[in-house]
Design a protein around this ligand. Structure first.
Ligand code: SF4
Length: 101
């Protein structure tokens, strides 16, 4: 059982956590110009196969509507199609029905 801490300590820990999160967010903004990193930046920091697939789909679709375009990608003969992000449970029929808008 974890040691009991007082209510004041919990509030203090919470405030420290929030301050750290805010500092990390500001560091990302300073480094990337945005609080969120792109899939390409995520891949470049610590490359893995999954991150490489995400980065490839990102470079294929661009920033605008990236998630929807990737989820409903209609390039079925792409070797990455089955492995693209945001695609769990999405069928080819659903992709064919998707219209950007
Ligand atoms: S699965 Fe679609 S979005 Fe991803 S790389 Fe292939 S063609 Fe591009």
């Amino acid at each position: 059982m974890p040691p009991k801490i007082s209510k004041e300590e919990r509030i203090d820990n919470l405030a420290k956590g929030r301050a750290t999160a805010e500092a990390n967010k500001q560091a990302r903004i300073d480094e990337y110009g945005s609080a969120r990193r792109t899939p390409m930046q995520v891949y470049q920091e610590n490359p893995t196969r999954t991150k490489a697939i995400n980065a490839m789909c990102y470079s294929c679709n661009g920033e605008e509507n990236y998630v929807s375009r990737t989820r409903f990608c209609q390039i079925f003969d792409c070797p990455l199609w089955k492995f693209r992000p945001y695609s769990k449970g999405i069928t080819q029929e659903q992709c064919n029905e998707y219209e950007e808008g």
